[in-house]
Structure formats: structure tokens, C-alpha cells
Design a protein around this ligand. Structure first.
Ligand code: RP5
Length: 172
């Protein structure tokens, strides 16, 4: 990953249940890259490699991670299984495309039992980028430079909407 090339230790772990999730999950990777947040990306499965998923979660904090993003579709237990093994914040990304259209992944991700939270983002193309932004917002609580980059990103969003409105008014 880019961080390794730069010699930076990852502070965010992006984990997905299958490499088939990558086309969607790559948006989280791109967003963290834009924000300059060092991160790693892994394929781990709650069902197919449960031992590796447990090990990842149990060692995440000691390895320097501060937030975990976990994406899965179908019976999406990955975020919950990772959250069970760490006190780091875990952000779940439900992946659409299962036989129930992703609703099953959304419910499996969001409906965690008391005491083991998973912060769940939208079941849409906005989900992975929002998960990355939320992770960056958590990290920015103790990183003023990252906070400034997030503020700049939000300012650009505002300008985009204002420009779209101005363009529409000019046409009507
Ligand atoms: C989940 O099952 C994965 O996260 C993926 O969204 C879904 C299908 O996985 P594959 O059969 O494509 O490997 O565990």
C-alpha cells in the first residue's frame, strides 16, 4: 500500500469479507488516501477465516490501528466479530448485492447486541467514503492538520452545491 511505500504506520484498518467487495470498498481506500490517512487493506472473513479475523482484531490496537472499517455483504458478521475482540471503534459498511438486495447485510451489521457497538454507514455507494470520513473525523480529534483537511473538504462540498444552485437559477 502507499503507506508502506511512505514508511507510515497504518492507523486505519480497512477489512472486507471477500475480494468481491473491493469495487465498492476501494472508495474508502481512495477517500483515506485523499485525506492523507495511513491505512491498510485486508480480506478477512468472519466465516471462512474466523481465526485470522479474531487474530486481526485482538492485535489491531497493539499494531497501532485506531479505527477499523469492516465491509461485508450477505450474512454480514465481520464488523460485529471484529468489534467483539477490540475496544477500537469499528465502522461497519454493509455491502449491497446479496439475494435480499443488501438489506440482510445492513441489518446484520447494524443490529448489534448491547455493549458491542458497530457504527454503521449507509447501504449505498456513499457508505464506504462516509466510513472513511467518519474514521478521519475520529482521528482528527487529536490531529489538527487532518481536521483542517476535513474542514476544507466540507467547504468544497458547500461550494459545489452553491454553484449547482447558481447554475440552475441562471437556466430557469
Ligand atoms: C460476504 O459474502 C462478503 O463480504 C461478500 O460481500 C459476500 C459474497 O462473498 P463471495 O462469495 O463473493 O466471496 O462474506
Amino acid at each position: 500500500m502507499d503507506n508502506e511505500k511512505n514508511g507510515l504506520s497504518p492507523v486505519v484498518g480497512i477489512v472486507m469479507g471477500s475480494d468481491s467487495d473491493w469495487p465498492l470498498v476501494s472508495r474508502a481506500h481512495e477517500t483515506l488516501r485523499e485525506l492523507g490517512v495511513p491505512h491498510e487493506v485486508r480480506v478477512l472473513s468472519a466465516h471462512r477465516t474466523p481465526d485470522v479475523a479474531h487474530e486481526y482484531s485482538a492485535t489491531a490496537e497493539a499494531r497501532g490501528l485506531k479505527v477499523i472499517l469492516a465491509a461485508a455483504g450477505g450474512a454480514a458478521h465481520l464488523a460485529g466479530v471484529l468489534a467483539a475482540g477490540t475496544t477500537l471503534p469499528v465502522i461497519g459498511i454493509p455491502v449491497p448485492g446479496g439475494s435480499l438486495g443488501g438489506l440482510e447485510a445492513l441489518l446484520a451489521t447494524v443490529q448489534m447486541p448491547s455493549g458491542v457497538p458497530v457504527a454503521t454507514v449507509a447501504l449505498s455507494s456513499a457508505g464506504p467514503a462516509n466510513a472513511a470520513i467518519l474514521a478521519a473525523e475520529i482521528l482528527a480529534l487529536s490531529d489538527p492538520e487532518l481536521k483542517a483537511r476535513l474542514r476544507d473538504r466540507k467547504r468544497r462540498l458547500r461550494e459545489k452545491v452553491l454553484a449547482a444552485d447558481a447554475a440552475l437559477q441562471a437556466k430557469l
